[in-house]
Design a protein around this ligand. Structure first.
Ligand code: UD1
Length: 423
């Protein structure tokens, strides 16, 4: 039976929360381990459903995977394409990150095309165009993509949009290609820098990661490496917004403030007090809350993965706030759940207009995707009484030990298999 969260809202959050390793950094890092037959050691990997699925795909491909706590050791001595890969690849879009490494190692691979999902159609044309420039060939067959490549050769790869996944796939293939690849209009996210760090440790020469032009000098003999994953800026942002919404003082440990600049700026503009320390942040309520105008965009602009959580917070900020989503074409489905809890939100095209109400009301709501689920959890923290959130498996994809961390901050939250269970 599907799990639900029961959250008793209306009290403040207080205490310390330690931020886990980044999900979005871990997925390409784990995929990159396939580029070598040597051992790769990853530390600080979060325990999440998406990571479990990635591990199942790697094991299904024949890699030896040893997972202990937050450390994962992978050795991909010999690889082969199997049904296991196809089974799990369908479940998550990030499986497409295996394309670059598998082209390098196998020269030929067949992957299911990632379908549409709850936030938009999410095509993969930029991945394919970039990898084609390096010499790969693609054929579509009944929902599958058959990819093959002889020797990959470095070249100039201009991207028409700074796609995170496409930049990562191209970087991984280029790391093992012959010669130099220059990615123009590359994504600049911190997760890209983390991948570049790993590829450099493995013997490639990557420069410019974190800027819009990345140069990759390939090495056909990549070797093993050890790497610690960066902290999850989206998880950190979610706890900051939760603290701002529920009030109280929350101390975040293992967090890189620079990765959260756009988020910190917006929270301060809203009136929240934030103190920045060395790998730590303290979030405290301000005297008065102000409405905001948020426009999402590729890093370093405001992250699309935190806009639903901000919408929950802004639902109770007096005045009119707007959120304009420029990254995904359909990322306002979550507003239905917030409306059920009394939020006044209207969506017009790519902009949501939020008129602050005095208080939210508890309700039975459903998480429609990962960050939508996080928005509902934040709304539940603010609604005095018991809110029931179904679709918890979405949250399991991206928030490590959510109930444990919220409980340690004083939240009354429980996970139940059916409606009958009590808090
Ligand atoms: C990654 C993150 C996701 C985040 C997103 C944007 C991971 C595992 N996921 O997703 O949490 O929300 O970045 O910050 O890291 N696009 C194309 N063609 C392509 C590729 C992308 O049109 O070939 C479009 C997408 O449909 C979307 C936009 O570009 O509208 C951004 O996508 P992209 O940056 O690729 O995001 P992901 O890597 O899928």
């Amino acid at each position: 039976m599907e799990d639900k969260y029961l959250i008793e809202g209306g009290s403040t959050l207080n205490g310390t929360v330690c931020i886990s390793g980044s999900k979005n950094a871990s997925l390409p890092l784990l995929a990159a381990s396939l580029l070598t037959a040597d051992k790769c050691i990853f530390k600080g990997v979060p325990h999440l459903l998406d990571i479990d699925n990635m591990i199942k795909m790697l094991s299904g491909l024949g890699a030896q995977v040893n997972h202990q706590g937050s450390q994962i050791v992978i050795q991909a001595r010999e690889l082969r394409e199997t049904g296991m890969l196809h089974l799990y690849a369908r479940k998550m879009r990030a499986s497409f990150l295996l394309l670059g490494p598998l082209l390098v190692r196998l020269g030929e691979v067949c992957l299911p095309l990632p379908g549409g999902c709850a936030i938009g159609s999410r095509p993969v044309d930029l991945h394919l165009k970039g990898l084609s420039s390096l010499g790969a060939r693609f054929q579509m067959e009944n929902g599958y993509i058959r990819a093959s490549a002889g020797e990959l050769r470095g070249c100039e790869v201009p991207l028409s949009y700074p796609s995170v996944g496409a930049t990562e796939n191209i970087m991984m293939a280029a790391a093992a290609a012959q010669g130099k690849t220059t990615i123009i209009n590359a994504a600049m996210e911190p997760e890209i820098v983390d991948l570049a760090d790993l590829l450099n440790k493995m013997g490639a020469r990557v420069t410019g990661a974190g800027s819009s032009v990345i140069e990759v000098e390939g090495n056909r003999e990549l070797h093993g490496a050890a790497h610690t994953v960066i902290p999850d800026r989206i998880e950190a942002g979610t706890y900051m917004i939760a603290a701002a919404a529920a009030g109280g003082q929350v101390h975040l440990e293992r967090v890189i403030a620079e990765h959260l600049r756009a988020v910190i700026d917006k929270l301060r503009e809203a009136g929240i007090r934030i103190e920045e320390g060395n790998n730590e942040l303290l979030v405290r309520p301000g005297r008065k809350m102000n409405p905001l105008k948020i426009i999402t965009g590729p890093y370093p602009a405001f992250p699309t993965d935190l806009q639903p959580q901000f919408a929950a917070l802004l639902s109770v900020v007096p005045g009119e706030s707007t959120i304009t989503e420029t990254v995904f074409e359909n990322r306002f489905l979550y507003t239905k759940g917030l409306q059920q809890m009394g939020a006044q939100i209207t969506v017009d095209g790519r902009t949501a207009c939020i008129r602050g109400v005095e208080s939210l009301i508890p309700a039975q709501v459903e998480a429609t995707d990962l960050r939508a689920g996080a928005a509902l959890v934040i709304a539940a923290l603010m609604a005095p009484g018991r809110t029931e959130i179904s679709g918890v498996y979405h949250l399991d994809r991206g928030y490590e030990n959510l109930e444990g961390k919220l409980t340690s901050l004083g939240v009354k939250i429980s996970r139940v298999a059916d409606q009958a269970a009590n808090l």
